[in-house]
Design a protein around this ligand. Sequence first.
Ligand SMILES: *[C@@H]1O[C@H](CO)[C@@H](O)[C@H](O)[C@H]1NC(C)=O
Ligand SMILES: *[C@@H]1O[C@H](CO)[C@@H](O)[C@H](O)[C@H]1NC(C)=O
Ligand SMILES: *[C@@H]1O[C@H](CO)[C@@H](O)[C@H](O)[C@H]1NC(C)=O
Ligand SMILES: *[C@@H]1O[C@H](CO)[C@@H](O)[C@H](O)[C@H]1NC(C)=O
Ligand SMILES: *[C@@H]1O[C@H](CO)[C@@H](O)[C@H](O)[C@H]1NC(C)=O
Ligand SMILES: *[C@@H]1O[C@H](CO)[C@@H](O)[C@H](O)[C@H]1NC(C)=O
Length: 242
Amino acid sequence: KSLNYLIELIQLCCFISFLSAGSSDVIREVGDSVQLEIKGSVSEFDNFFWTFNATVNVLQYYKQYKEIKPSTRYKDRVKFNEETYSLTLKNLQKTDSGLYEVKAFSRDHTSSATYRLSVLDPVEPPVLNHRRIAKPCNSTLTCRGHDLSINSTCNNETCEEKEVTSPGGVALSLYVQESIIFCNHSNPVSWKQANKTFTELCAHTDSLQRTANQNPLCFLSLLPTRDYRIKVCGLCARLCSL
Ligand SMILES: *[C@@H]1O[C@H](CO)[C@@H](O)[C@H](O)[C@H]1NC(C)=O
Ligand SMILES: *[C@@H]1O[C@H](CO)[C@@H](O)[C@H](O)[C@H]1NC(C)=O
Ligand SMILES: *[C@@H]1O[C@H](CO)[C@@H](O)[C@H](O)[C@H]1NC(C)=O
Ligand SMILES: *[C@@H]1O[C@H](CO)[C@@H](O)[C@H](O)[C@H]1NC(C)=O
Ligand SMILES: *[C@@H]1O[C@H](CO)[C@@H](O)[C@H](O)[C@H]1NC(C)=O
Ligand SMILES: *[C@@H]1O[C@H](CO)[C@@H](O)[C@H](O)[C@H]1NC(C)=O
């Protein structure tokens, strides 16, 4: 009796065919493609209907007729693979973010799988500035990336390393690697960096400025800006001292 029950159970379990998403949370960059894969007993189903946000028809596939019917809205940028039954969406835009569902039908059974797609812009490059607070090299650094910012203090060889994050996996971090100060702005699909060397923090603008102020040539003021005067006169003073 219990053997019969077991056989029944095995039959029940093995006649139920089901589907699942290859990966149900998918994140892509604007312009990328995404392939939504179906896992499970795919070959047991005859018809496949893909929808976006529950109401928008994306594509339908009728196995018996080998017929692929993309909706007019997706016609130019959707592909269906008749072997793996996966759906590929090309040239993604932010408006493609949302819920995708595939419903599969066989004569006596239906199953479905869902995918949540997020399409993100790449991050903006961060901006890294420094301001000298004491000689020789003590500085405060400010790194900004979109709505995140970090302040850090540095001396001639180290900086306070910091990281800030915002919801959605956007992060800004400041760290030192092989004597270079990096500020890294990232989101789940991209990252961009800005960097500075400690030499820049310790640059000799002070000594150039002093030389420039002592050099009589500088008082001729033929040069349009203070920065030019400092550079040219500093250089001149160095050449003269050779
Ligand atoms: C699709 O649904 C998501 C929420 O799941 C919503 O944020 C998005 O605006 C919807 N997109 C369209 C085009 O209706
Ligand atoms: C400059 O940095 C050094 C090393 O961290 C520190 O000892 C010193 O006090 C700093 N100077 C000033 C004026 O902050
Ligand atoms: C960084 O420093 C600036 C100027 O001192 C200040 O206005 C800003 O609020 C600071 N930002 C953070 C994240 O501490
Ligand atoms: C600055 O760096 C140099 C070389 O790395 C080191 O010899 C010196 O002690 C440092 N100065 C301070 C004030 O930390
Ligand atoms: C910046 O951060 C991202 C994400 O954490 C990481 O993948 C990337 O390697 C980092 N870039 C650098 C130059 O450290
Ligand atoms: C520092 O930034 C410059 C400008 O973005 C880049 O060309 C350079 O490769 C960076 N240096 C390193 C070590 O990543």
